[in-house]
Design a protein around this ligand. Structure first.
Ligand SMILES: Cc1ncc(COP(=O)(O)O)c(C=O)c1O
Length: 393
């Protein structure tokens, strides 16, 4: 095995030293080594890819669909996405100039931020949230400004937004994620409108990560792009709604002038997404079978959520029923202290249940645990029994 020449240590992009390996992965990897552990750590569906999507991928392979596509994705998939945005969320985007298919929502987040951030630029990030945003901002030489939302039921209030804007001089963008990883909280149309009214008076770019938009239990998803489309980049994808995280299909939608810039970053980075994966995503976004598959998975998630929330409340965790995604963000019972890393470590080592400490999701997550219910009901029942045993010890 070759050893790296030690002199190369000086050759790296200095921004890399601002990024740490995500503690979520580290915690999950360590917990996974514990024999017999039940894992409620994963942020990905436990369902198989729907048949309609598998068949489309196989058809694409058999059709020798194996060439570079347009950088923004195949016309079929972009049209399917345009139809999806119109039909599901009443958003109008042109398939040719305002939509690009990305390698998961992850690449869409990266390309969007890359197109915006210069060294020292600030990005507002309501927390607790998905840690990738801050990591990418740091990697790009920007500065992430956390806005702790824990005292407002994990919802960004217009006043907190105004304060953050008044307190910082170099804010270029804001990242909003709803329904949220890790809290499962989502925004009503009125809440979004109130935030949009504040943002409309600024020249901030709004990065709206709506990857969990199809997983809303009761009510319907509204995008902030309904109110301020001219400054919003909508990010979404097939990973969660189509249970196809490994196919790596995401997308971004934005006004053509914005998309031109982000699309440049995107095509330089990836050339084009994979043909069979794009073919698989078409029916997820734009067919009755694909939609039904998502609805079936959603019904299963909802039943699991209801079970888990009720069970945790009985064990004296403080939990508000989350309206979206597949996470419960539970406050540790008062008699167990407030150190979430300590509690989660004990729960993994002694209770054999793996969950993610809330503080790993940024300011406001201290004292909480994120439990993913993207796992079977049997696993959830076992996990609850074990948590109960640990608390009774
Ligand atoms: C809020 C949020 N955004 C983006 C992603 C990444 O999505 P993808 O797998 O499509 O890259 C995740 C994955 O967990 C997520 O929770």
């Amino acid at each position: 095995m070759p050893q790296m020449n030690a002199n190369l240590n000086h050759q790296f992009n200095t921004n890399l030293s601002r990024v740490q390996p995500t503690p979520i992965r580290v915690f999950d990897n360590n917990a996974s080594k514990i024999p017999g552990i039940v894992k409620l750590t994963l942020g990905e569906p436990d369902f198989n890819v729907p048949d309609v999507a598998k068949k489309a991928a196989i058809q694409s392979i058999n059709d020798n669909d194996s060439h570079y596509s347009a950088g923004s994705g195949t016309p079929q998939l972009r049209q399917a996405i345009a139809n999806y945005l119109q039909n599901r969320y009443d958003l109008t985007y042109d398939a040719d100039s305002e939509i690009a298919v990305t390698i998961g929502a992850t690449e869409a987040i990266y390309a969007s931020l890359f197109a915006i951030i210069n060294k020292g630029d600030q990005v507002l990030i309501p927390t607790p949230t998905f840690p990738l945003y801050e990591a990418i901002v740091n990697l790009l030489g920007g500065e992430a400004i956390n806005i702790d939302t824990s005292d407002n039921d994990f919802v960004l209030s217009p006043d907190a937004l105004k304060k953050a804007l008044a307190d910082h001089d170099h804010v270029k963008a804001i990242v909003l994620n709803y329904p949220s990883n890790p809290t499962g909280v989502t925004y009503s149309a009125d809440q979004l409108k109130a935030i949009a009214d504040v943002l409309a008076d600024t020249d901030l770019v709004v990065i709206a990560d709506e990857i969990y938009s199809e997983l809303i239990y009761g009510g319907h998803h509204t995008s902030i792009a309904k109110f301020i489309p001219g400054q919003t980049i909508v990010l979404n994808g097939a990973s969660k709604s189509g249970a196809m995280t490994g196919y790596r299909i995401g997308f971004m939608a934005a006004p053509a002038e914005l998309m031109k810039r982000i699309g440049m970053v995107h095509s330089i980075m990836i050339t084009s997404p994979s043909d069979p994966a794009m073919a698989a995503a078409v029916p997820i976004f734009d067919s009755d079978d694909g939609h039904q598959a998502t609805l079936d998975m959603k019904a299963a998630y909802e039943a699991r959520r209801d079970f888990l929330v009720a069970a945790l409340q009985k064990l004296d965790f403080t939990v508000t029923t989350p309206r979206g995604a597949f996470y419960v963000f539970a406050k540790i019972p008062a008699d167990q202290g407030t150190d979430d890393v300590k509690f989660a470590t004990k729960l993994a080592q002694e209770g054999k249940v793996a969950v993610i400490p809330g503080s790993y999701f940024g300011d406001g997550g201290e004292g909480y645990l994120r439990l993913s219910y993207a796992t079977s009901m049997d696993n959830l029942k076992l996990a609850v029994d074990r948590i109960k045993d640990l608390l009774n010890k």
